[in-house]
Ligand binder design. Sequence first.
Ligand code: HSE
Length: 284
Amino acid sequence: MKIRIPATSANLGPGFDSCGIALSQYLNIEVLESAQEWQIKHSLGADIPSDETNLLIQTALKIAPDLAPKVLRMTSDIPLARGLGSSSSVIVGGIELANRLGNLNLSQKEKVQIATEIEGHPDNVAPAICGDFVVASYVDDEVYSVKHHFPLCDVIAYIPDDQLLTSESRSVLPTSMPYKEAVKASSIANVMIAAILNGNLPLAGLMMEKDRWHEAYRKKLVPHLDHIRSISRNIGAYGAFLSGAGPTVLILSPEEKTDQMVQELGKLPISASINVLSIDQEGI
Ligand code: HSE
């Protein structure tokens, strides 16, 4: 049995904690055989546990405590702590593992609900499960989500080599915001979503760069964002924004501008990898 979970990018600028897209990088889980104890074969680094303490198995056992132990193989090209949903992919993987091994027949809605309860917000887990572009609200302990087709474009991921933990990136956010500012921030997100639904990427990209919820506070942790944004504007990409909690920056680009964008990004004096991705439309 094989399970494939896509990377995700949360927020898209102003859709803080509620909007996300699924991307064409993957966590792959394969069930190899039954065993006396849980074991994960992986080469993701010594810091990642390969026994029952791994988040994948912990999540699966939370949902189905009686699952019989297995030997699993886990591979991933989703970089850790870079704002591309690596931990969400593991949570979603654990839920799907329990679902399949335990024959739970969970619906997509149930998976999104369980994953959001574990993660705390739905913007990574929902697109990882459903694919494509998802807008979701976690309110009164319930997740309400809508999946929609994201307009065709290249997604350039500028992924710095240095990690940034989500907890650190959330710790710089304010605990309150003036009412008028919140209304403005919400209107920007609303127009961004409407523009995506209309296939209007130039307008969506413009709104993505006007976020008022989080990027201004996180800028000190991701000083490369402004520079990338000015490159993106000069070349004529649709927009550049922090992927999730950062430090990765995503640039939405018309296909014909992508080579030039990649070339210019490669000149930045930061140790980073630059990947040209597409939207994953399937989810798990
Ligand atoms: N919406 C979340 C954030 C995504 O920006 O902190 C990362 O978990």
